[in-house]
Design a protein around this ligand. Structure first.
Ligand code: ELE
Length: 213
C-alpha cells in the first residue's frame, strides 16, 4: 500500500479544516494530533491555501499527513501538491485531478455517490474514494457498494461523527472524514485546544473499537 494511504488508514479519522485562519491552523492541527488524528485535509477554498498548507505540512513533517480538500481542478491539485500536500480530496469526480495526482505520485480521492462513479474514479487511478455526502445515504449505502466493489477503499464524509462512525466502519469504511463533528471552531477561538483534543481522542477510539470488533 502507498505510504501516504497507509498513514491515512492509521489515522482512521481524517479532519476536514475549512476556512481556518492561519494563526489557528497550527494550533488546531496540533490539538488533533494530540488526540490521535494524524491526517488533515485543508480545503482549497481557504484563502492562500497553498501557503497555509505548506506551513502546516512543514511544521508537522512525518507526524501528520496533510492534504488538500474541495479540489475541483487540476491547477489547484498541482499548486497545493507543490506546496507540500500529500493527498488530494474532492467532493466530486474529476479525472484530470486524479491524473495530476498520479503524475506527481500523490494520493487522490474523488467524491462519489454511486457504484458507477466509484469504479470510474478507481479506474482513472484514484487510491480511494470519498463517499460524499455520506449523511444523505448513510452506512447502508456504503455497505451495499462495498459488496461488489470491495476492492475500492471508501471513506464516508459529510455528517460523520463519533455517534455514527462505527456504523460506517462496520459497513466497510477504511477511515472516515469529518469536519463539524470533529473540530469545534468556537473552542479554538477561545483557545480551548484541549476540547478539540478530547473530541479527537473519543472519535479515534470509536473507529479503533469498531475496527477491532
Ligand atoms: O468539500 C469537501 O471536500 C468536503 O469535504 C465537504 C465537507 O466540508 C465535509 O464533508 C465535512 O463535512 P462535515 O463533517 O459534515 O462538517
Amino acid at each position: 500500500m502507498n505510504e501516504t494511504l497507509s498513514r491515512i488508514v492509521d489515522s482512521g479519522v481524517v479532519a476536514v479544516l475549512r476556512g481556518v485562519e492561519a494563526d489557528q491552523l497550527i494550533g488546531i492541527t496540533e490539538a488533533l494530533r494530540e488526540g490521535g488524528v494524524t491526517a488533515v485535509e485543508i480545503t482549497a477554498d481557504t484563502p492562500d491555501v497553498a501557503e497555509k498548507l505548506g506551513e502546516v505540512a512543514g511544521s508537522f513533517d512525518d507526524e501528520v499527513v496533510v492534504g488538500t480538500g474541495t479540489v475541483l481542478d487540476s491547477e489547484t491539485a498541482r499548486t497545493t501538491l507543490m506546496a507540500g500536500a500529500e493527498f488530494v480530496v474532492s467532493p466530486s469526480l474529476h479525472e484530470d485531478v486524479i491524473e495530476t495526482c498520479n503524475r506527481y505520485g500523490a494520493v487522490s480521492a474523488p467524491g462519489v455517490m454511486t457504484p458507477t462513479e466509484a469504479i470510474r474514479g478507481y479506474e482513472a487511478g484514484a487510491d480511494f474514494v470519498k463517499v460524499f455526502p455520506a449523511k444523505t445515504v448513510g452506512p447502508a449505502h456504503l455497505g451495499a457498494m462495498q459488496g461488489p466493489l470491495g476492492q475500492i477503499p471508501m471513506m464516508p464524509t459529510g455528517g460523520v461523527g463519533p455517534d455514527n462512525a462505527a456504523d460506517y466502519v462496520d459497513a466497510g469504511a477504511f477511515a472516515v472524514g469529518a469536519g463539524g463533528a470533529l473540530v469545534d471552531y468556537d473552542a479554538a477561538e477561545r483557545g480551548d485546544y484541549e476540547a478539540i483534543t478530547e473530541t479527537a481522542r473519543e472519535f479515534v477510539q470509536v473507529v479503533e473499537d469498531a475496527r477491532d470488533d
